[in-house]
Write a new protein. Structure first.
Length: 174
């Protein structure tokens, strides 16, 4: 993407070793990328007071929406909790999803991934595209089988992976 002599983008996979990249599941890699982004949001370096406050709110929204603490909040819950409109919560979440889409596609001007990390995430997406599933339970089973390597994998960010690739799970109308 970047054809300049120096690539000044922040690497969201800088703390993932090559060995860890090879052995980890796509979901574990996504979890580390997400954690690194939250850490960057919490860092006050080079930010104005208003930017620090905005990033703090975004960090809270993302961690609660994707259930980092074990409990997922809805946009409506976050709206009440943070005294923001549901529409504003939706905009912030969608902005983050759009950013991650750009990062994975290596089109972000601010962040980048190690190529192997993006490749692993994209291979999961390409495999999911091949599924023809009638049952939601069957879909979840197939996806978990595909992206989990070990028992210590956590499916907390499975919804984030689906959001990045615009994968919607729809229940049949009864």
């Amino acid at each position: 993407m970047n054809s300049t002599l120096f690539d000044t983008r922040t690497e969201l996979t800088r703390f993932i070793s090559q060995d860890e990249l090879n052995k980890s599941s796509a979901l574990k890699i996504l979890s580390k990328i997400f954690q690194e982004y939250l850490i960057l949001l919490q860092s006050p370096l080079g930010k104005t007071e208003s930017k620090i406050e905005r990033d703090k709110i975004l960090c809270t929204i993302l961690s609660k929406y994707y259930g980092v603490d074990g409990k997922r909040y809805t946009k409506e819950d976050l709206s009440l909790l943070l005294d923001k409109t549901t529409e504003r919560i939706r905009q912030l979440i969608n902005g983050f999803i759009d950013l991650l889409k750009e990062v994975v596609a290596d089109q972000s001007l601010e962040f980048k991934l190690k190529p192997e990390a993006a490749q692993k995430l994209n291979s999961v997406y390409n495999t999911i595209l091949k599924f023809r599933v009638v049952s939601i339970k069957r879909f979840e089973y197939e996806v978990k089988k595909l992206i989990f390597v070990g028992d210590d994998d956590d499916d907390t960010l499975l919804n984030l992976l689906f959001d990045i690739y615009d994968i919607e799970i729809r229940s049949p109308h009864v």
